[in-house]
Design a protein around this ligand. Sequence first.
Ligand code: SAH
Ligand code: SF4
Ligand code: F3S
Length: 458
Amino acid sequence: MTDATPRKRLLIRTWGCQMNVYDSARMADVLAPLGYAPTEQVEEADMVILNTCHIREKATEKVFSDLGRLREAKRQRGGEMVIAVAGCVAQAEGAEITARAPWVDIVLGPQSYHRLPEMVARASRAAGAVIETDFPAEDKFDHLPETAAPQGVTAFLTVQEGCDKFCSFCVVPYTRGAEYSRPVAAVVAEAQRLVALGARELTLLGQNVNAWHGEGPDGRAWTLGRLVRRLAEIPGLARIRYTTSHPRDMDDDLVAAHGDPPALMPFLHLPVQSGSDRILKAMNRGHTADDYRRLVDRLRAARPDLALSTDIIAGHPGESDADHAATLALIRDTGFAQAFSFKYSARPGTPAATMAGQVDEAVKDARLAEIQALLRDQQTAFNRSRAGMVAEVLVTGPGRHPGQMAGRTPWLNPVHFDGPESLAGQVVPVKITAGHPNSLSGVLVAPVHAPARERPAA
Ligand code: SAH
Ligand code: SF4
Ligand code: F3S
């Protein structure tokens, strides 16, 4: 941007999963050439984008309450504010948004972000809202500009979008469309660019990231394990993670990749949703609780220090006390380092929403509380079990207190320790001194190549 370009301010609010976080960054990239620079202040925003999530009812309602507040902000600027709703609520409820909030200028689904500049131009001329909600994922990735902004030490890279699994409870197949994998060459090129911009850790993203597949430069069909091995060869890239994966797509090669290359971190988010075979069947998950247990055994055989995370839903239609007990049993058997758990939320248009046996709100609350208490204990136990270890920590930046730095262990725990700012971006050994419920404390271990102190005289 030259000095002559009028400077405009862009505020993006992001809800939902990491794919939305990635998409928000790409929307900022696409609008930067139009002179939009980021702001956090709604009062000075010339444009506001709400990047929304439709996964549970609460997430969707937040969008409408935020739109109510934005109406007032727009009025105070004399109408000089472009309001856009993006993401999964835009995709699922475009018409309802424009009906309930006619002050919205743009509604765009997750596959239309490359069209934003054109839509902004059209919005300035149009009387009503400009809506785009039906483009295939290929278009978006082919047309988005290359990431240019400096990145942090850790970066997200979307390799796969959409979902064909149609779990009974879930809106994602409807909001994000069919499964689509980005080609190997595009992924490798973006990974190289992110590393050149300073990323030391990449997290590969997809609604079903381990369903990713593509044709490699060797002409063979690649799955995610092969892609991870290729990315591990990029000089300067220290760490690779991927999320979110489905148990059914965990092939032998990907399981083996957890043993080697070392750049693939020993942490895996592997949602199970329920520990009851009856409910897993009703959910259309395509595996049993014991399938999951066996998969975890195989993963731990490949990588004994693997830490697991999961997602659990409490109170799917048809869930009995016995089903709930089976979920608690699976959690106990597996031992999770971290987890997300949710009360089942009926979503319009999904098969579960109209199933018999909807569970009482109070019962759902009680089950969720029990699940969360158990998961919290497991997380605290995991964090405490790190105490005394020397962990390789990727230093992400300054910590909360002066002189303090923050980073992540291989198992994704946030860790704080005293050290110089020059460590940012490095992987350093940190002796863990204490495990707390949500983080670890540690002390920097003197690097081995530091000059040895003189031995005290005998
Ligand atoms: N693709 C991922 C999940 C994406 S959605 C997978 O297959 O695991 C993230 C999580 O939200 C899900 O794992 C599930 O636990 C939760 N979720 C999805 N729909 C839900 C609903 N209707 N009610 C409650 N939780 C839900
Ligand atoms: Fe939703 Fe199931 Fe697809 Fe995950 S796999 S996004 S839970 S439908
Ligand atoms: Fe939400 Fe859409 Fe992600 S519904 S969880 S933002 S895919």
